[in-house]
Design a protein around this ligand. Structure first.
Ligand code: SF4
Length: 363
């Protein structure tokens, strides 16, 4: 089911921008005009029953005064995979129990959509003046596709790359927990030579059902992934966050079987696995908002380098090895598998090819 949007607010400076008016018309909503401060005031005076629910149903259109293109911040002491992100939207209609965006809701109780995206394209062009290739995605502070039927981010970015003949120099990933691929399929039809990767974040169904409210089911995500593969779009699979609990071990093995028995391994760009890691502040949020969460089970310890809590190394090794072995059954050669936000010692323990090798083969 598509997320519900109940309110459209436009920064008065951009009152005539076409996109928000088009979306308002599509949703039969009357757009309102407010500055960010005015909107914040209004929401603080009337947050509704639950501020989170209010925030996730509201789109605020304005400009981004900062940079769009950034290197993925990663974490101190972990192996970097050289990924770049474009934050053209911040905020998300979903409400995952582990989402870091929960911390920003007080200052940004809405989904912000930036209207000056041409600037992001200029930043890409200037990056390419000094670099041969860019691997980039929009899914760091938002779900890339959950609202694509309204925002048409895929059409915009791929269309602009086409105008500049950049398909051989930019690989664009749309990372999602939705099955919202209608527009992406059209975009691939329009630009058959585009270098698009559709990244699906996945987890065991009994976790997703309770802790990723609003997102598509595994069945729906896999059906969307198959449609994309049939159209020639490469698919990525992200196992993140992996909850390294004994009680979920078999569920993860079944999850792997169920995914890779349905997808074409030849059309898988890459696969990532990342054990659940989080800040102490996020623990407090989880306790407050989701006291029954599976995220709170199991022992976790603060890391020396980035102070984030992680499962103990022996447990991470056990799960990563099991994932690697099980996923490998579906591939003739080594699967294009890497670990997300893992430390150098874990890479050497696991004897896995470093990210550059995984990505070099998938340009
Ligand atoms: S889909 Fe991603 S951005 Fe959206 S709530 Fe979940 S973790 Fe956060």
């Amino acid at each position: 089911m598509r997320p519900e949007i109940k309110k459209i607010v436009i920064d008065p400076e951009f009152g005539n921008a076409e996109l928000p008016h088009r979306i308002a018309e599509k949703l039969a909503l009357k757009p309102e005009f407010m500055t960010k401060d005015e909107l914040l005031d209004e929401i603080r005076r009337n947050p509704g029953e639950d501020l989170f629910k209010t925030a996730k149903k509201m789109l605020f259109f304005t400009e981004n005064k900062g940079r769009f293109l950034k290197k993925c911040p990663g974490s101190k002491g972990v192996v970097c995979c050289n990924y770049y992100t474009i934050n053209s939207v911040t905020g998300c209609p979903y409400d995952c129990s582990y989402c870091i965006l929960q911390h920003y809701i007080g200052n940004n109780p809405f989904i912000t959509v930036f209207l000056n995206k041409e600037k992001a394209i200029e930043e890409i062009v200037s990056f390419l003046a000094g670099n041969r290739f860019l691997r980039v995605g929009t899914g760091e502070l938002a779900d890339s596709l959950a609202l694509d039927h309204l925002l048409d981010e895929s059409g915009f970015f791929i269309g602009e790359l086409s105008k500049r003949s950049l398909f051989d120099r930019v690989q664009f990933e749309f990372k999602t927990k939705s099955a919202e691929v209608e527009r992406l399929l059209e975009v691939k039809d329009l630009y058959p030579d585009s270098n698009i990767v559709a990244g699906f974040s996945v987890n065991v169904p009994r976790f997703s059902a309770h802790e990723e409210p609003g997102t598509a089911t595994l069945e729906e995500r896999m059906s969307a992934a198959r449609q994309l593969q049939a159209k020639g779009v490469k698919v990525a699979v992200h196992f993140d966050p992996v909850l390294m609990l004994d009680e979920l071990f078999n569920d993860y093995m079944q999850l792997i079987d169920s995914i890779f028995s349905r997808l074409d391994p030849e059309k898988i760009a890459w696969i990532s696995m990342g054990g659940f890691r989080h800040t102490l502040a996020l623990t407090e949020t989880i306790i407050e908002r989701n006291p029954q969460s599976l995220l709170l089970r199991g022992e976790m310890f603060p890391s020396d380098s980035d102070n984030k809590l992680r499962y103990l190394a022996f447990l991470r090794r056990r799960f990563y090895n099991a994932f690697n072995g099980r996923i490998s059954r579906f591939f003739k050669a080594n699967p294009p598998l890497y670990m997300c936000m893992e430390k150098a010692f874990m890479w050497s323990d696991m004897k896995m090819p470093f990210p550059e090798d995984v990505f070099r083969n998938n340009k």
